[in-house]
Structure formats: structure tokens, C-alpha cells
Design a protein around this ligand. Structure first.
Ligand SMILES: *[C@@H]1O[C@H](CO)[C@@H](O)[C@H](O)[C@H]1NC(C)=O
Ligand SMILES: *[C@@H]1O[C@H](CO)[C@@H](O)[C@H](O)[C@H]1NC(C)=O
Ligand SMILES: *[C@@H]1O[C@H](CO)[C@@H](O)[C@H](O)[C@H]1NC(C)=O
Ligand SMILES: *[C@@H]1O[C@H](CO)[C@@H](O)[C@H](O)[C@H]1NC(C)=O
Ligand SMILES: *[C@@H]1O[C@H](CO)[C@@H](O)[C@H](O)[C@H]1NC(C)=O
Length: 791
């Protein structure tokens, strides 16, 4: 018996490539497994099979088990349903038929249904577990709760479990959770904090079943095993592009009440595809079993992603979707859902290794085929004059093929033009017999192909990892929140975007083909995209910028994107004129969210901008350390300065932190900034000042109630904001009105109320700080998008 147990331990290690030495498998004892949602689809299809497999593997080592199916319904109703599901489990291939029948019979005998609704139900369960342990005279090894139930019930269940079902006496305690883990950064944080009050982080196993797919679990080991070949080429100099793609042929009928709230980005891209992307681009850990290192290296990838804006994603929706939503959710015909069922997103990493390498994540419903893969395509610098078929002219790529598609089985494919991958893992074998299939247009014989000897279901794989306590196959809370902070801004910016409608299946033809242009992604084919504003028939005026007057001042107005393009173009024109005239361009930029799109436009489209001759000044700054995200300079640096070639000594952050303290009058930060302006800027007259306008009409950090008269001829002053952080440093109206040109940027529907108020102002000119902007002899111009102007 002992020998078997040791052998088992060894197999378990090989299985995961590693194992935490918890000693679980050595010490016999009893394990109780509780599956909530025991008769649901997921449980019926995968979970019970996974637990049965675990049972078969572990029971040999003297471990004993009880399985509890839990649910809302009473036992007399649900017991027969549970047992129908339990009877469908199957044995691994190596188990003989007779042995299998015995094992299934035993499995059924240690399983039972329990209603788990009230706290008393959970207390009864706990008592039952204790009694079983006593009756069988066994020590307890661990308790596992699997929550296969809607996410809104997690917090309540976790609370009940914590209150009544924790084991005593050193047994392990694990709670497994299924996505969705929130809907946005905020909701994910809320859920995390509620769960955190009942469960410890090390007790929670958040499942992303993609991490249980054999090929995906192989990515990191593959990279490490082939380090010698990959090290020289796994970087921006050799990688042309990275693609992570999951195409589905099904629609979402039957799941509408969930799906319509989530859409493809939340459903698969934020989690599954992002996880795969991280495995491809993270620094491999020095020790695979060090979960902490794996988490940290993944976090590093997320934090190096450049922010995602509307130009980094395209979305689509299959044609039948809206009518399916109406039908299933009992909505009227005029209910038009904007939920995307297709999305392609272009990621870029701000990282020395991958800088400039496009990373494409793409997924959709109702596409032409069912397939999933991650592909690393390498640059090819060969030119073949006569024979395209010369080996060295063929594409160089590594493909992690999840399954389905033309190949039908999971595999790792390496172009023969690259290298022959090593095969160290006993679980994998090389495929040498090639059928006629083609992968990405190349015959299979162009690749070295490796495939698992035995295909295992992702859930079975993960269940055995939960049992082994291998946390690094699961999603840590840090990772989860970091991923949401990457995706939430994009989701918000797409919130009102109208998806491209596609017919579905083969008929999509090239409608969803995408083109990567610099940092942007676009649909390739130019079709007229219907936007909500065009549906009402008021499309006149369309996409171009219009010029007019607002409050007696020049105004440019357009849809946001065109407006930003126009402002960027005007800025460059002003810069070139100033450089021509005096060899230098003095630009003062404000913080806040309005200018971010402009910064991106400048950084990624205006490559001929004369940054070398530009001095960048701050309009205002929050009194926080410049390394904090609230800092305007931090924002400016991240979104603009780090992407352009500007000399360091031309960058002038406001000195808010002096003598290790923030914005203290005696430290004289404002005077220092003023002196610097006086020294460097001719006549203290900036060439261009960009101002955002707040909801309350404030500009720079000059708020209603700021006693601007007190500033006199000062150029820089300390001010107080009504919102946090309260302390600010700001250019004064004297400085602003000295400028040659001032742009007032007003973007978004939320500003419409203010715009309306401003347009009605007559005598009460001093009511809003923005109305004090009147440069002389310079001029100011409003840049206002249609949302702000028209509401
Ligand atoms: C329970 O098991 C322990 C050792 O595992 C043994 O010493 C003890 O006698 C057993 N008790 C009963 C009631 O069987
Ligand atoms: C679990 O419940 C106990 C009280 O029964 C409480 O003290 C504890 O904070 C809860 N949470 C965790 C994570 O243990
Ligand atoms: C790898 O990490 C595990 C867990 O942190 C540790 O027990 C083991 O000693 C490490 N192995 C090596 C080779 O460093
Ligand atoms: C659908 O909506 C109609 C009108 O609002 C209502 O009368 C009907 O009961 C609803 N049906 C379902 C299944 O919800
Ligand atoms: C400074 O500005 C004044 C007035 O606009 C101008 O006459 C002068 O040439 C400028 N000096 C330089 C060095 O650009």
C-alpha cells in the first residue's frame, strides 16, 4: 500500500510538472467534497466526471471520500436527478470494466444530495461530516466546496460556509469559484472584499478553465524546456505578431439574460484570452511551483500594457442577436442591444522585450469555424527568387492549438524552419504521421507536432490541481483586479459604440477582417457603419468638423474622434510656426481625462511633431507625489511623454514636492515655477495652453471660490479644490491670458449641462472660472464635441 502511495505521489508531480509538497497524498484521511449547483449543467457535464476521476486516482492510496451534491431543492426532488448525473461518469481507459463497475458503485455509495439553503442546512452538513469521521474512525484530510452557482450568491454562501463548515484540526479547506468575478473593476473589487471577509485568499481557487486545457498549461513549460532556442528569438526583433484567437460557431440562445449583460469582452477576452496572452509574454518563473513568482510575473505583463482606447478595438454583433434578445428577455422591438458578440483588440506592451509587437486578441460567436489557438508569428527576412517552396521561405511560427478546427486535436506546432522542440514531458508525444490537413495554409508536415498522449478534460485537470493545492493554475485576486483595470476603461469607452452587424457563419466572408495600423485596429472592409445618431435620420453634417462661435469666441465642433484629430493638427501647426519663428515651442498642458485622447493622437500619429524644440509645461498639478496615479504629471508622462522623443530638460513638472513635503507655502514651489517660466518663456507668453473644462466650469485648478484677484500679477499660485486631493498648484489667469493661443477642450455628454448654462450667461460673467479666459493679445478657441454641444 505504501509503495502505491509513493508512486502516486510521483505521478501527481509529473502531472503538474511540479507539486507543492503538502503531504496530502501521503497521509491517508478523509476528504469531503461539496458541490453547490450539483444538478446544474456544468456539474452534469464536467464536474462529477472530474471528481470521479479524482476518486479513482486517490482511493488507491487509502484516502476515503464523501461527496455531497448541494442545491436549493429538497432532497426528495433532487436526489434522483443527482444520481442520474452521477451514473454517467466514466472510468479512465486503463481501468478494466469489472474494476470500473466496482468503483462506480462505491462512488455512488459515498455520494448523497443535501439541500443547502439556510444556515441550519449548512450546520447540519457540518455535523454530518463530523459524525461520518467519527463513525469511520478516520482523521480529516480536507474539505472542498465547489461553488457552481450564480456569482451573486457567492458572498452569502461563503459567509455561511465560514460560519459553520470550517474543519478543525489542521485539515485543509478550499473553496472553488467559477467566473464571472465581477463585471467591471468596481464590482470585482466589491466581490473580492465581500468574499475576503469570509475566506482567506489562499483558500479560494478561482477557476479559469482555459488554464486547465492541456495545451495552454503547456505554454510555460514549453517556453522553459526550449529556452535555448527561444531566448534569441522571443523578442521584438524577431516576433512579427502574437495572436490569441477563439472562434465559435454557436450563438448565445438560452444564455441571453447572462450574455446581454456581459458580451464577448467580459465573457472570454478579459479572462481566458488575457490569461493566455500573459502566459506567452510573461517572464518565465525561475521556479514553476512558486505561485507568488508566477503571480508577480503575470502582474508585470498587465502593468506594462499600454492603455486601451476606442482605436484599439473593433466590435461586432451577429444579425440575429437583437431579435433573440427581444424574444428571450421579452423586450419590445425598439430595444436595441449594443452588446458585442465579436471583438478584436490590439494590445501593446510597453516593455523592452516586446515593444512594438502587436498582440491581437480576437473572439466571436457565429463565426465560420470552431477553433482556438495562440500563435506567435516570426519575421521572415528571406526573399526567394524562384521557389516559394524552399524551406527557408516558409512562414516561421509557433502555434499552441487548443483543439477543434482543421486539426481536431490539441497540439503544439513549431515550424520546421525554426527548431525541433525538445520532448521531455512523458505526458506528450510527437506526431509524425501527417494527414492531409492544412494549418494556416501550410501542410502539417511543415511543422514539428507534439500532442498529449491522453486527452484530458480541462475540469478534470483542474480538479486534480485543486486537490494538490497547486494555486498557480488559478486566478489570484491581484491578477483579477489588475486585469479588470486594463479592460474596464475600454469597456466604458465602447459602451455607446455601435457594433458592426454580421450575418453569421461562412456568410461573414471578409466583413470581420481586421487591419492593424500602427497602434490602431480597424475593420478592413469599408462598409457603412450605422451609428445610433444616424438611425434617426439626422445624419446631415456628419463627420466633419464645423466651425462656429460659442460665447462670442471661435469654436470647432465635431464628433469626438474628429475633434481630437483637428485639435492635434492645429497644435502641430502652431508648434511648427513657433519653431520657425523663434526656434522653440512652449506648450502648457492640463491634466484630467479630457486631454488623454489628444495625448494618444499626438503620440501615435504625429511623428513629425517638433518635440525636440518643444518645452512642455504644466497648467496645474495636484499636490501628490509625481509617482502617484492622481498626479497630472504621471498621467502626462504615461500617456504622452514616454512615447515621444523629447529631451528631458525640456520637460517641466510643477515642483509640488519640496523638502519631502507637499505644497507648503514657505517652500516657495509656486515662485520657483514662476521664475523658471520668466527665464525660459519669452515675455512669459506660452505659445499654446491646453485647458480642459470641468463640470462646474473650472479651468486649470482655478475653481469657483478661488480668490483670483489675490493672485495679482503672479503667474503661479497654490489653490484649493472642492474635490480630493484638495491642494493644487496652478497657472493663474494672468499666465493663461498672456498666452498666444488657448484651447478650451470640452468633451462628453456630461458636459452638456454646463454648455447650456454657459450659452445662457449674460451679465453674470464671473460665475464660471472658464469665462475669465480671454487672452490678449492672443486668442482662445473652444474645441467642443457634439455630445457636449448637442447633448
Ligand atoms: C481508531 O483508530 C485508531 C488508530 O488509527 C485506533 O488506535 C483506535 O483504536 C480506533 N478506534 C476505534 C474505536 O476503532
Ligand atoms: C470567518 O468567521 C469568523 C467568525 O466565525 C470570523 O472571525 C472570520 O473573520 C471570518 N473570516 C475568515 C476569513 O476567517
Ligand atoms: C520551488 O518552489 C517551491 C515552493 O515555493 C520550493 O519548495 C522548492 O524548493 C523550490 N525549488 C527550487 C529548485 O528552488
Ligand atoms: C412578456 O411581456 C408582456 C408585456 O410586458 C407580459 O404581459 C408577459 O407576461 C411577459 N411574458 C413573460 C414570459 O415574461
Ligand atoms: C520675444 O518677444 C518679443 C515680442 O513678441 C519679440 O519682439 C522678440 O523677438 C522675442 N524674442 C525672442 C528671442 O524670440
Amino acid at each position: 500500500m505504501l509503495v502505491t502511495a509513493l508512486l502516486l505521489l510521483v505521478t501527481l508531480c509529473a502531472l503538474g510538472g511540479h507539486a507543492e509538497k503538502t503531504g496530502d497524498a501521503e497521509r491517508p484521511g478523509h476528504v469531503s467534497v461539496v458541490v453547490l449547483g450539483a444538478t446544474g449543467d456544468l456539474a452534469k457535464k464536467y464536474l462529477w466526471q472530474g471528481f470521479f476521476q479524482l476518486y479513482v486516482e486517490q482511493v488507491r492510496s487509502g484516502r476515503s471520500f464523501s461527496f455531497y451534491g448541494g442545491g436549493q431543492r429538497t432532497a426528495d426532488v433532487a436526489t434522483p436527478i443527482l444520481f442520474e448525473a452521477l451514473k454517467t461518469v466514466s472510468c479512465p481507459k486503463e481501468v478494466s470494466q469489472e474494476r470500473c463497475a466496482v468503483l462506480k458503485d462505491q462512488f455512488l455509495r459515498v455520494s448523497q444530495y443535501r439541500q443547502l439553503k439556510t444556515l441550519e442546512n449548512y450546520q447540519d452538513l457540518a455535523q454530518h461530516i463530523e459524525q461520518t469521521l467519527k463513525k469511520d474512525n478516520v482523521t480529516e484530510a480536507g474539505r472542498l466546496f465547489y461553488l457552481s452557482v450564480p456569482a451573486f450568491t457567492y458572498a452569502d454562501i461563503a459567509d455561511k460556509i465560514n460560519n459553520s463548515c470550517r474543519p478543525s484540526g489542521g485539515a485543509w479547506f478550499r473553496v472553488v469559484l467559477e467566473k464571472p468575478f465581477g463585471h467591471s473593476l468596481l464590482s470585482a473589487e466589491e466581490l473580492a472584499s465581500r468574499l475576503g471577509s469570509s475566506l482567506k485568499e489562499e483558500e479560494m481557487y478561482r477557476i479559469d478553465h482555459y488554464l486547465g486545457k492541456q495545451v495552454i498549461a503547456k505554454i510555460l513549460p514549453f517556453r522553459m524546456e526550449n529556452k535555448e532556442f527561444l531566448d534569441p528569438i522571443w523578442n521584438k526583433h524577431h516576433i512579427e505578431r502574437v495572436e490569441v484567437v477563439v472562434k465559435e460557431t454557436l450563438d448565445v440562445k438560452g444564455r441571453m439574460s447572462f450574455y446581454d449583460e456581459y458580451g464577448v469582452i467580459r465573457d472570454v477576452i478579459q479572462n481566458h484570452l488575457t490569461e493566455v496572452m500573459m502566459l506567452l509574454t510573461m517572464r518565465p518563473p525561475s521556479n514553476m511551483s512558486n505561485s507568488e513568482e508566477v503571480v508577480q510575473n503575470k502582474l508585470q505583463v498587465l502593468s506594462s500594457l499600454l492603455p486601451l482606447g476606442r482605436n484599439q478595438a473593433v466590435i461586432g454583433q451577429y444579425q440575429e442577436y437583437s431579435s433573440q434578445v427581444q424574444l428571450e428577455l421579452n423586450k419590445t422591438k425598439d430595444r436595441r442591444s449594443l452588446t458585442p458578440t465579436f471583438a478584436a483588440v490590439l494590445l501593446r506592451l510597453d516593455d523592452a522585450q516586446y515593444e512594438g509587437v502587436p498582440v491581437l486578441l480576437l473572439s466571436g460567436k457565429m463565426l465560420d469555424e470552431r477553433v482556438g489557438y495562440a500563435r506567435v508569428l516570426f519575421k521572415n527576412d528571406m526573399f526567394c527568387l524562384q521557389n516559394d517552396n524552399s524551406v527557408h521561405c516558409k512562414p516561421k511560427q509557433i502555434v499552441f492549438y487548443f483543439g477543434h478546427g482543421s486539426l481536431q486535436y490539441p497540439a503544439v506546432l513549431v515550424s520546421k524552419t525554426l527548431f525541433k522542440p525538445v520532448l521531455v514531458d512523458g505526458e506528450w508525444k510527437e506526431v509524425t504521421e501527417h494527414s492531409n490537413v492544412k494549418v494556416f495554409g501550410s501542410p502539417l508536415s511543415d511543422f514539428y507536432v507534439q500532442t498529449p498522449k491522453e486527452q484530458r478534460e480541462a475540469y478534470s485537470e483542474l480538479i486534480s490541481r485543486i486537490y494538490a493545492g497547486e494555486k498557480n493554475s488559478f486566478i489570484s485576486v491581484e491578477n483579477l483586479l489588475a486585469s479588470w483595470s486594463v479592460w474596464t476603461p475600454l469597456l466604458s469607452s465602447l459602451y455607446t459604440e455601435f457594433p458592426r452587424i454580421y450575418p453569421g457563419g461562412e456568410d461573414n466572408v471578409d466583413l470581420l477582417d481586421v487591419q492593424l495600423k500602427g497602434n490602431d485596429i480597424k475593420f478592413k472592409s469599408e462598409v457603412v457603419i450605422i451609428r445610433p445618431d444616424q438611425m434617426g435620420g439626422t445624419s446631415g453634417g456628419g463627420y466633419q468638423a464645423i466651425h462656429g462661435k460659442f460665447c462670442d469666441t471661435d469654436m470647432v465642433s465635431a464628433w469626438t474622434e474628429q475633434l481630437v484629430e483637428k485639435l492635434a493638427a492645429d497644435l502641430q501647426e502652431a508648434a511648427e510656426a513657433a519653431v520657425l519663428e523663434s526656434g522653440v515651442f512652449h506648450l502648457a498642458l492640463s491634466g484630467g481625462s479630457s486631454p488623454l485622447a489628444l495625448f494618444h493622437r499626438l503620440a501615435f500619429h504625429h511623428f513629425s511633431f517638433p518635440w525636440r524644440y518643444t518645452h512642455v509645461w504644466m497648467v496645474d498639478e495636484r499636490c501628490v507625489s509625481p509617482t502617484q496615479v492622481e498626479s497630472n504629471f504621471y498621467l502626462l508622462h504615461n500617456h504622452l511623454l514616454q512615447h515621444v522623443k523629447i529631451p528631458y530638460f525640456n520637460i517641466h513638472p510643477m515642483p509640488v514636492e519640496l523638502n519631502r513635503r507637499l505644497c507648503v507655502e514657505e517652500d516657495g514651489g509656486a515662485q520657483m515655477y514662476q521664475e523658471l517660466i520668466t527665464q525660459l518663456v519669452n515675455g512669459s507668453s506660452f505659445h499654446f495652453v491646453l485647458l480642459g473644462v470641468g463640470y462646474d466650469g473650472h479651468v486649470a485648478s482655478l475653481f469657483r471660490g478661488t480668490e483670483v484677484e489675490k493672485h495679482g500679477e503672479q503667474l503661479v499660485a497654490l489653490t484649493e479644490s472642492p474635490t480630493k486631493p484638495h491642494q493644487r498648484m496652478s497657472l493663474t489667469f494672468t499666465a493663461i491670458n498672456h498666452a498666444r493661443r488657448v484651447a478650451l477642450l470640452v468633451i462628453g455628454k456630461q458636459k452638456h449641462e454646463l454648455v447650456t448654462q454657459l450659452s445662457r450667461l449674460k451679465n453674470d460673467k464671473d460665475r464660471y472660472p472658464v469665462t475669465r479666459v480671454s487672452p490678449s493679445p492672443g486668442k482662445s478657441v473652444w474645441y467642443m464635441d457634439y455630445d457636449a454641444l448637442l447633448g
